[in-house]
Design a protein around this ligand. Sequence first.
Ligand code: DGL
Length: 251
Amino acid sequence: MDKTSNPVGVFDSGIGGISTLRDIIRELPRVHLIYYGDIANAPYGTKSTEEVIACVRKVVDHRLEKQIKALVIACNTATGAAAATLRKELSIPVIGMEPALKPASEKREDGIILVMATPLTLQMEKFNLLMSKYGEGAVRVPCPGLMELVEADDGEGALNYLKALFVQYDLDKVDAVVLGCTHYVFLKDMIRDLLPDHIAITDGNAGTARQLKRVLAQNGLLNETGEGKLEFETSGTKKDLALMQKLISHF
Ligand code: DGL
């Protein structure tokens, strides 16, 4: 059966992965995307690995009912916790994401790299492996509570959080900051304004979108025709759904 016109499922614990959608649409303008924000179960980043796997399983069961041709985990935390398990269990391609430490390491002179991510992402084995490859000069910066401020669209709260965070570092000695959680990409402009110009800021969104395109092509799943379509679903409220729809029009 030709599956090329089937949708691609994209999910995150909340609205964070909407920042990834923008890059996916740029790479694949004809694709049909169904985005799911697991807002009722957010945040993932302060849960245990087992708890996140349980949340992800539920999300994925619903996605499979939609006959998706591939699954994008637009969440660093859920990727670290559940991608390996999902790849063993599912017959469709699973595309995950990890903190963009490799591109940050390429920008490093001899200073430090601040890796902002959820507590769970930074304590998982997958991240230890990444650190062993590209982590010279990298410092783990867990940001509990920051995704909640993004979800609540609390700009002032986020600004205060970030100021209190960056004041702890000698920014002259920082070469790069990694936005290792898709929620933080919504704060990129604010973070840019708070940091000196020499500091590079990296995130995994563009790389994830390119990887999705590559994997679809390798599996004969690229659709060359079609208009492109985007649907939103959530375990949260109607208000959450309206916020998700509003956010995408920001891009
Ligand atoms: N957006 C998610 C990530 O990329 C995590 C947010 C959370 O649920 O804690 O890690």
